[in-house]
Design a protein around this ligand. Structure first.
Ligand code: MSP
Length: 678
C-alpha cells in the first residue's frame, strides 16, 4: 500500500468579472502556482483553487452597459479568466464560479447553519455604501467619498439579515493568540488584532437593493452580500456541505492581496465559527504591484498586462521577475526596465549561460554523453574541488535548515521567502561558474593525461545543474523541464522529490541534447518597445483591419509587421481594405525620444489636423531630413502610447531586407496634404 500523502489546500482570491486580469492578479495566481509545485515536490497531495466572483451591482451595471443578460456576461468573462490562466500555464485545479450551483447551495447551507446557531437576525440598516467595493462604509456621512477607492458613496436603507459579528470579538482574539501564524506577515497580524480589539459591529449579510445575487431561500428578494457569497467559494470548491468526503477542508493557505485581508481574517473565520465549521490555517497577505508608484487602473492607462511580456520573454521570465524582485508581502514597483534587466542578467547570462557552457563542453569533449562519475576518481583530492564543490553539494541537497540553524533554499520556500530562495539558488549558479573558471576544463581537455579530472569537473557541473533545476522548478517550470531533458533525464521534473535530492542522481552515460538556448539574450530597448507595443494593441484593439504588409507599426520594428501580415491565401474583401483610412500627411517636426533609440516623435499635418505620431525609423532617418516630407499615414488607428509617448496614427513604410529596414513612401507627382490613398 502506498503511503497516504498529506493534503495541502491553497487558494487565490476569486477575481471580479467586471475586468480582465492584469499583472497584479497574475502575481497572486503565479505565487499560488509556485507554492503548489513546491508542495508537490515535498510530497503533498495539493489542490489549488481559483475562480471568479460574479455577483453584485458592478456586474449588474456592466452587463446592462454591454446590453446582455448578467448570466451571459459573466459566463464570457469567467471563460476569459480561465482561458488566460490556461494559456499562462497556471490553471487552478479547481475553478469555482460563484454562479455554479454547487456554490449557490453551499452559501445557502452556510447561512442556514449560522442562523440555526443563533447568529443571524433581521434588522434595518441605513448607511453609506460604496457600490464599487460592494461595502457599507462605517462612520461615513452622506456626501463622503469611499475611503478605499475615493469614489462617491451612496446612502442606502435596507431591510437586512445581520450576522452577529460582535459576538466574535473574543473568540477571534483567542483564535489569533492560539494560532500565531494564522495571519501573515506579522505587520498585518498586528493591524488586524488592533482592529478587532477596537470592537466589532454586526454585519449585514443580505441585500434587497441588488437583484444579481444568490437568493436567500424563502426570503426573496433578499440576496446574499457579495462577501458572504464570495468567501464561501473556497469551501464550495472542495465539496461544500460534503467537504469531509474530499478531505481538503480546512484550507491550509488563503493567498490574498493586502486590500482584502480583513474580509479573510475577521469575517470569514467568524462565519465559519458561527457555523461550527473548521477555520482555515493561514491567510497570507502580499503587497501590491504599483506602476510609477500609483495603483494600476485602466482609466489611468498604467495597467501592465501579462500576455505581451510572456510573448516577448516567456512565462518563466515573468514568474522569475515577480518573485525575485519584490520581497513577498511588501509592495513593489513594476517596471519593464527592471524586468528586462533581470531577464538578461539572471536568466540569459546566469542560468542560461551556465547550462550552455556545461552542455557544450560535454558535447565537444565527451561526444554528448555525461561522463560517468565512477570513472572520474572523484575525491582524488585535487585542489579546488574540495573547497568550492563540496560546499555546493552539501547546500544543494540539505534540508530546510543548515547546521548553523539558518534557513536553506527549502526553508525559504517553506516560509514563502521566494526572493531569498532564488537569491540562494543563483548564488549556487555563480559558484559553479567560478568553479569552471578555476578548473578550466577547456585547458584540461588539451592534455590527455587529465582526462579523468576533466570528466570529474564536467560531471560535477552537470550534476549541479540537475540539482539547481529541481530547486528552481517551482518558479521556472518550463526552462527547468527543458534543462532536465537536455541533461538526458526522462519524465516530468515536477515529480522529483526535493527531499530525495541526493548528490549522484546523474549516473553518467546520459545522452545530452543540444537544443536552443534556454533564455536567448534580448536587446534591452527593443524588448521593452515590443512589449509596450503589444500591450497597447491589447488595451486598444485596432478595428478589425489587417495591417498592410509593408507598414511599420511605430516602435515594433518591421519584422513584427511582416509577421502580422495576412498569409497569401487570406484574401480580404475591398470592404475590409476600406476600413483602413490612409491619407497623405506632411511631417512638420521630428525629434528623437530619450531612452527609445528606435523611435522618432513626429508631428504630421494630415489635412484636417496635426497629429503626433511615433515611428520606429530613428535608426534610418535623421529627424531634420524628414521635415516637409510627404508620407502615407494610417489615420484611423486607435491611439496608443509608445515608451510613454502618445502616438495617434501610423506612418507607412516598406520593410526592406532581413533586418526590415523601413523605407518611407514618396510621391513622384505633387499631392495635396490630406488626400486619401485608395
Ligand atoms: N473578488 C474579490 C476577492 C474575493 S475572495 C473571496 C476581489 N477581486 S479582485 O479581482 O479585485 O482581485 C483582488 C486580488 O487581486 C487582490 O487581493 C490581489 O490578490 C490581486 N491584485 C489586484 N491588483 C493587484 C496589484 N496591483 N498588485 C498585486 N496584487 C493585486 O477583490
Amino acid at each position: 500500500m502506498p503511503e497516504k500523502k498529506e493534503k495541502f489546500y491553497l487558494t487565490t482570491p476569486i477575481y471580479y468579472t467586471n475586468g480582465l486580469p492584469h499583472i497584479g492578479h497574475t502575481y497572486t495566481t503565479v505565487v499560488a502556482d509556485v507554492i503548489r509545485r513546491y508542495k508537490r515536490m515535498r510530497g503533498y497531495d495539493v489542490v489549488m483553487t481559483t475562480g471568479t466572483d460574479e455577483h453584485g451591482v458592478n456586474v449588474e451595471r456592466a452587463a446592462k452597459k454591454a446590453g446582455v443578460p448578467e448570466s451571459e456576461f459573466v459566463a464570457k468573462m469567467a471563460e476569459a479568466w480561465r482561458a488566460l490562466w490556461d494559456e499562462l500555464g497556471i490553471p487552478g485545479d479547481e475553478f469555482i464560479r460563484t454562479t455554479d450551483i454547487t456554490h449557490v447551495r453551499t452559501v445557502q447551507w452556510l447561512f442556514k447553519l449560522c442562523r440555526e446557531n443563533g447568529y443571524v437576525y433581521k434588522g434595518h440598516y441605513t448607511g453609506q455604501y460604496c457600490i464599487y467595493d460592494n461595502a457599507f462604509v462605517n462612520d461615513a456621512k452622506p456626501g463622503d467619498n469611499c475611503p478605499d477607492c475615493g469614489r462617491p458613496l451612496e446612502t442606502v436603507t435596507e431591510e437586512n439579515y445581520f450576522f452577529k459579528l460582535s459576538s466574535f470579538q473574543k473568540p477571534l482574539l483567542d483564535f489569533y493568540k492560539k494560532n500565531p501564524d494564522f495571519i501573515q506577515p506579522d505587520t498585518r497580524r498586528n493591524e488586524i488584532i488592533s482592529f478587532v480589539e477596537g470592537g466589532l459591529k454586526d454585519l449585514s449579510i443580505t441585500r434587497t437593493t441588488i437583484r444579481w445575487g444568490i437568493p436567500v431561500p424563502g426570503e426573496e428578494p433578499h440576496v446574499f452580500y457579495v462577501w458572504f457569497d464570495a468567501l464561501t467559494a473556497y469551501l464550495s470548491a472542495v465539496g461544500g456541505p460534503e467537504y469531509e468526503k474530499r478531505g481538503y477542508w480546512p484550507a491550509d493557505l488563503h493567498l490574498v492581496g493586502k486590500d482584502i485581508i480583513r474580509f479573510h481574517t475577521v469575517y470569514w473565520p467568524a462565519f465559519l465559527m458561527a457555523a461550527m465549521l473548521p477555520v482555515p490555517k493561514q491567510v497570507w497577505a502580499h503587497g501590491w504591484f504599483m506602476m510609477d508608484a500609483a495603483k494600476m487602473s485602466k482609466s489611468k492607462g498604467n495597467v501592465v498586462l501579462p500576455r505581451p511580456i510572456v510573448n516577448m520573454l516567456g512565462m518563466d521570465a515573468l514568474r522569475y521577475f515577480l518573485l525575485r524582485d519584490v520581497v513577498f508581502g511588501q509592495d513593489g514597483n513594476f517596471s519593464y526596465d527592471a524586468l528586462v534587466t533581470r531577464y538578461n542578467s539572471d536568466l540569459a547570462n546566469g542560468l542560461g549561460n551556465l547550462a550552455s557552457r556545461v552542455l557544450t563542453m560535454i558535447q565537444n569533449f565527451f561526444d554528448g554523453r555525461i561522463p560517468s562519475p565512477s570513472k572520474t576518481g572523484a575525491g582524488a583530492g585535487h585542489s579546488t574541488l574540495g573547497s568550492s564543490m563540496t560546499a555546493v553539494k552539501g547546500l544543494l541537497t540539505e534540508g530546510a535548515w543548515d547546521e548553523k540553524g539558518q534557513p536553506t533554499t527549502k526553508g525559504h520556500y517553506d516560509s514563502l521567502k521566494f526572493a531569498a530562495a532564488l537569491q540562494e539558488i543563483w548564488q549556487f549558479i555563480s559558484m559553479i561558474d567560478n568553479y569552471l573558471t578555476q578548473e578550466k576544463p577547456w585547458e584540461l581537455a588539451k592534455d590527455p593525461s587529465k582526462r579523468d579530472h576533466l570528466a570529474e569537473v564536467l560531471y560535477e557541473a552537470a550534476e549541479a545543474l540537475r540539482a539547481i533545476s529541481i530547486l528552481a522548478h517551482p518558479v521556472i517550470p518550463n526552462a527547468t523541464q527543458i534543462l532536465w531533458g537536455k541533461l538526458g533525464l526522462p519524465g516530468d521534473i515536477g515529480r522529483q522529490q526535493m527531499d530525495e535530492l541526493n548528490w549522484g542522481g546523474l549516473k553518467g552515460g546520459e545522452q545530452i541534447k543540444a537544443t536552443p538556448a534556454l533564455f536567448p539574450r534580448v536587446d534591452h530597448q527593443e524588448a521593452i518597445e515590443r512589449i509596450e507595443s503589444m500591450a497597447n494593441e491589447e488595451l486598444n484593439p485596432a478595428p478589425a483591419a489587417p495591417a498592410p504588409a509593408a507598414s511599420v507599426p511605430a516602435g515594433t520594428g518591421a519584422s513584427a509587421a511582416a509577421a502580422a501580415a495576412p498569409a497569401a491565401s487570406d484574401k480580404i474583401g475591398i470592404e475590409d481594405f476600406a476600413k483602413v483610412e490612409m491619407r497623405v500627411g506632411q511631417i512638420k517636426t521630428a525629434e528623437r525620444i530619450v531612452g527609445a533609440d528606435k523611435l522618432l516623435k513626429l508631428t504630421v499635418d494630415i489635412g484636417t489636423e496635426i497629429r503626433q505620431i511615433c515611428a520606429g525609423i530613428a535608426q534610418y532617418y535623421e529627424p531634420e531630413s524628414l521635415i516637409g516630407r510627404k508620407v502615407a499615414v494610417v489615420v484611423n488607428l486607435a491611439p496608443r502610447k509608445l515608451r510613454g509617448v502618445e502616438s495617434n496614427g501610423m506612418i507607412v513604410a516598406a520593410s526592406v531586407g532581413p533586418e526590415g529596414r523601413p523605407v518611407l513612401t514618396a510621391f513622384l507627382e505633387e499631392v495635396e496634404v490630406g488626400a486619401r490613398l485608395k
